[in-house]
Ligand binder design. Structure first.
Ligand SMILES: [Fe+2]
Length: 205
């Protein structure tokens, strides 16, 4: 699939992923409940692409990740700039979602995916305040793409959001047809020799 195809596919997916207005403001009851409340958060957009040949994980209501459960997906001795990514999983009303499943996967610092094992792959669950923490390295550049981390997020018994995270200041962002600023990591900075960043996932709930 070429880049133009990928972009077209992504736009279709984004169109499908847009929160239906009727669902967000469903009738007078929902309007009353939202009146005077904080503005609704925009749902994190869905992003899929074909650069990772791993088959799509099951996305049904009984989704079970096959990756190991761990907050660090950093293999022992792996090269690369250490990265700690933290954030929360929220509803569009800003409510934290506990026990949300988050499955991360990415290439290593040289741009290589492990498609036979679980290097740089792992899942975890948010805590009671909807928080997660990922320890990894800043991904390298997979040919034709900018730096990105893949992720699937699923609130308990709800559908799966598949998306990608990007990093500010990466030269390749502007040339990547899949890149979107909505999925940029925030608070990006160095702490000692480590990079840190934040991202809150907003599920269309
Ligand atoms: Fe990828």
């Amino acid at each position: 699939m070429n880049e133009r195809e990928l972009t077209r596919r992504r736009l279709l997916e984004l169109g499908l992923a847009l929160p239906p207005v009727a669902a967000v403001f469903a009738g007078a009851d929902a309007f009353v409940r939202n009146a005077g409340a904080a503005p609704m958060l925009a749902a994190t957009p869905m992003i899929l692409d074909a650069d990772d040949p791993t088959p799509e994980l099951t996305e049904g209501p009984y989704f079970t990740a096959s990756s190991p459960r761990r907050r660090s997906i950093l293999p022992a001795g792996a090269a690369g700039k250490r990265l700690t990514l933290t954030g929360r999983v929220l509803t569009t009303a800003g409510q934290p979602i506990s026990r949300a499943l988050i499955d991360f996967w990415q290439c290593d610092a040289t741009g290589v995916y492990d498609n036979s094992g679980y290097r740089f792959r792992g899942h975890q669950f948010t805590d009671a305040r909807g928080r997660y923490s990922l320890t990894t390295v800043v991904p390298g550049v997979y040919p034709g793409r900018t730096k990105h981390i893949h992720v699937k997020v699923q609130a308990p018994r709800r559908s799966v959001l598949t998306t990608q995270l990007f990093f500010p200041g990466v030269a390749g962002n502007g040339a990547d047809g899949i890149f979107t600023r909505e999925c940029l990591v925030s608070g990006w900075r160095a702490v000692g020799r480590r990079r840190v960043g934040r991202f809150d996932f907003v599920l269309d709930l």
